[in-house]
Design a protein around this ligand. Structure first.
Ligand SMILES: C[S@@+](CC[C@H](N)C(=O)[O-])C[C@H]1O[C@@H](n2cnc3c(N)ncnc32)[C@H](O)[C@@H]1O
Length: 432
């Protein structure tokens, strides 16, 4: 089994390039094979390569006469990782190239060493001409797939360029302090002698770290003093206006970030049901609840059905819907590669089906908070507008806030440089 970091990176990226799995899951499956001292490099090579995939892929297309065969996509992965190192890291070029050639041997494809060497050396020699040739190519310039650029330009004529720029950056690591065990000021005092950190702007419980760290080494991790959660995601618990003795449903719960926040926020809820479709994601919810010493009724089920429901209406429903995740591209850069324009239509249909179903389980006078980490109106404001106009007992409650941009229906947040992710919230009330 190889421990060559470039070969491991190729093993992580190859299934993705064949449209299987996600970067987070592939990375988690292979990381433990990497010597601990090299894990930082492995992460940077994998996430960096996917972050710059649109550009790196455009360069490969220019360098090659014929595309790689499907069975040699692992070699394409080595070339992409090699180009990433040459273009975006300070690793000496000779080391990047020789390690890439070595990686071919580790993957039992020593024959490919020559091809990889030739492609990377040609890039080194001709970088300026190649980049000049690509300068009018939007996908290269903005480092996003063409369909995404066109859709954002059309949806957000005043914001699309800023969104694309921020999407290419790295997101900060943000914590949510557990208000049941400490408060932000107290925790910041414990934290700042160890790492530079500051309070977030919009969430009362958020702390933004100046750099990435292994969170398990931070004070109070094992006793649940904090959770990792983006600032935009931290806004949901307040918006739900939770009161003691209420029955609450979290309709799409895994990995449980918002569920745990709800339970921390209002300890006296009568019942909290949490539904999640995917069995394999439920263990993450269980781990989070256990670490934070919280309790909820977990149900592995489809939130677009009622087979799991006990028939008593809910006072509050959080519908954090499955979505294109285009607001969190900084954290999941493989989204640029994996999503296709036509997927969004199907996603919006699923969102509407879950929303319709959840609505029928909401008490008259109750509130439903619809959320996505998408920046497309098709999954957000447009979907909610259509729902409200087609549903007699649905009332839209405008959200007054300092964050995001007010829409006709709901509020849209765009990803901010060194700030929160892209997110959308809409609050609805069921009339009596
Ligand atoms: C955006 S994530 C939820 C994040 C979660 N609320 C949190 O804060 O940690 C959406 C979740 O919905 C789940 N999901 C997708 N389709 C579903 C369905 N039909 N019913 C229930 N859950 C579903 C996905 O597996 C995913 O875990």
């Amino acid at each position: 089994m190889t421990t060559n970091v470039r070969a491991l990176a190729a093993q992580i990226l190859t299934p993705l390039l064949k449209n299987k799995g996600s970067l987070n899951t592939q990375y988690a499956a292979i990381e433990r094979r990497c010597p601990e001292k090299d894990r930082g490099l492995l992460r940077e090579l994998c996430y960096g390569t996917m972050r710059y995939h649109p550009q790196l892929n455009a360069i490969i297309k220019l360098l090659q006469n014929r595309p790689f065969k499907f069975r040699d996509i692992d070699i394409k992965a080595i070339v992409l990782v090699g180009l990433y190192q040459l273009k975006h890291t300070r690793i000496p070029a000779h080391a990047s190239i020789s390690e890439s050639v070595e990686a071919c041997k580790e993957l039992d494809k020593a024959w490919a060493g020559k091809v990889v060497n030739a492609l990377l050396r040609r890039f080194q020699r001709e970088q300026e001409e190649l980049e000049d040739y690509l300068k009018d190519d939007d996908s290269y310039q903005f480092n996003h797939p063409e369909w995404m650029i066109a859709k954002l330009r059309n949806n957000w004529p005043e914001h699309w360029q800023e969104i694309l720029t921020v999407n290419n950056e790295q997101a900060p690591l943000t914590l949510r302090v557990n208000q049941r065990s400490t408060n932000r000021e107290e925790y910041l005092q414990q934290l700042t002698p160890i790492i530079a950190a500051e309070a977030t702007q919009f969430s009362d419980q958020g702390i933004k770290l100046a750099e990435s760290v292994n969170i398990e080494t931070l004070p109070g991790y094992s006793v649940g003093a904090f959770s990792v959660q983006d600032e935009a995601a931290q806004l949901s618990a307040d918006l739900l206006d939770l009161q003691p003795e209420q029955r609450v449903l979290d309709a799409c719960a895994a990995p449980g970030g918002k569920l745990c926040h709800i339970l921390e926020h209002e300890p006296k809820l009568a019942q909290v049901d949490a539904v999640e479709l995917e069995q394999k994601r439920i263990s993450r919810v269980e781990e989070n609840l256990e670490r934070l010493r919280l309790k909820a009724n977990l149900k592995v089920a489809d939130a677009a059905t009622q087979t799991w429901w006990d028939g008593t209406d809910y006072d509050r429903i959080l519908l954090d819907a499955p979505c294109s995740a285009t607001g969190v591209i900084r954290r999941n850069p493989d989204i640029k590669y994996l999503r296709q324009g036509e997927d969004i239509h199907e996603t919006a249909k699923l969102q509407r089906a879950i929303l319709d179903n959840c609505w029928s389980m909401l008490k008259p006078g109750g509130k439903l908070l619809y959320a996505t980490c998408s920046i497309f109106p098709q999954e957000n404001g447009r979907l909610i507008k259509q729902f409200v106009t087609q549903t007699a007992n649905a009332k839209h409650l405008p959200i007054k806030a300092e964050w995001g941009i007010e829409q006709e229906y709901g509020r849209q947040l765009f990803p901010q440089s060194n700030g929160h992710d892209g997110f959308y919230y809409a609050l609805l009330e069921k009339t009596e």
